[in-house]
Design a protein around this ligand. Structure first.
Ligand code: IMP
Ligand code: MG
Length: 181
């Protein structure tokens, strides 16, 4: 199987581009039914979810606003840190009494999402739901699972479709998994 090299590591394909695009379309179809008649306030969690959000919103049919936040973490290499610290971009969010959808690239332990949800809750939206492109059920330690998931994946490190390994690999059209021999 084709492997690619990023920094010092080898990766092999896990989810091909065509499969990704079909899934993104079907997620959008679900949301189009559920949020019909509402204005959706999508919160794209930078950096990783910029590509997923960009693809998803172009298949959505309801009126929407798209917002961007960034959650800072310690240690942004291979291991996702449990100690999330700060959210940028919340001050300019006007989501009181609005329907909010948080768009994440990947939920691993769930700590990032838990932290962010608390902050967004405090802004008193009418509703909050979460969509994540990838979910790692085996490493999830949070209390609230995402309402919508693109793919459940094993507890292995992945890159591509917005996600990075030490800032590289975000541009890849497929999802690649760390390959260790
Ligand atoms: P959590 O707080 O453990 O759920 O981690 C969430 C964040 O860690 C994600 O938004 C990613 O930025 C990063 N992350 C977790 N797993 C991976 C991975 O396999 N590849 C790239 N980034 C990851
Ligand atoms: Mg993320």
């Amino acid at each position: 199987m084709e492997t690619i090299k990023i920094h010092d590591k080898s990766f092999q394909i896990l989810i091909p581009e065509t499969v990704i695009m079909e899934r993104v379309k079907s997620l959008a179809e679900t949301l189009n039914v559920i949020y019909e008649g509402k204005t959706l306030h999508i919160i794209c969690v930078l950096n990783g979810s910029f590509i997923f959000t960009a693809d998803l919103v172009r298949y959505l049919t309801m009126p929407m606003e798209i917002h961007f936040v960034r959650v800072s973490t310690y240690g942004n290499e291979r291991v996702s840190s449990g100690s999330t610290r700060e959210v940028w971009g919340l001050d300019s969010l006007n989501i009181s009494q609005k329907s909010v959808l948080i768009a994440e690239d990947i939920i691993d332990t769930g700590f990032t999402l838990e932290f962010l949800r608390q902050k967004i809750d405090a802004l008193r939206p009418e509703s909050i739901e979460t969509i994540t492109f990838l979910f790692k059920p085996e490493s999830f330690k949070g209390t609230k699972r995402p309402e919508y998931t693109g793919f459940n994946i094993p507890d292995d490190f992945v890159v591509g479709y917005g996600m990075d390994y030490a800032q590289m690999g975000r541009e890849l059209r497929a999802i690649y998994q760390l390959y260790e021999d």
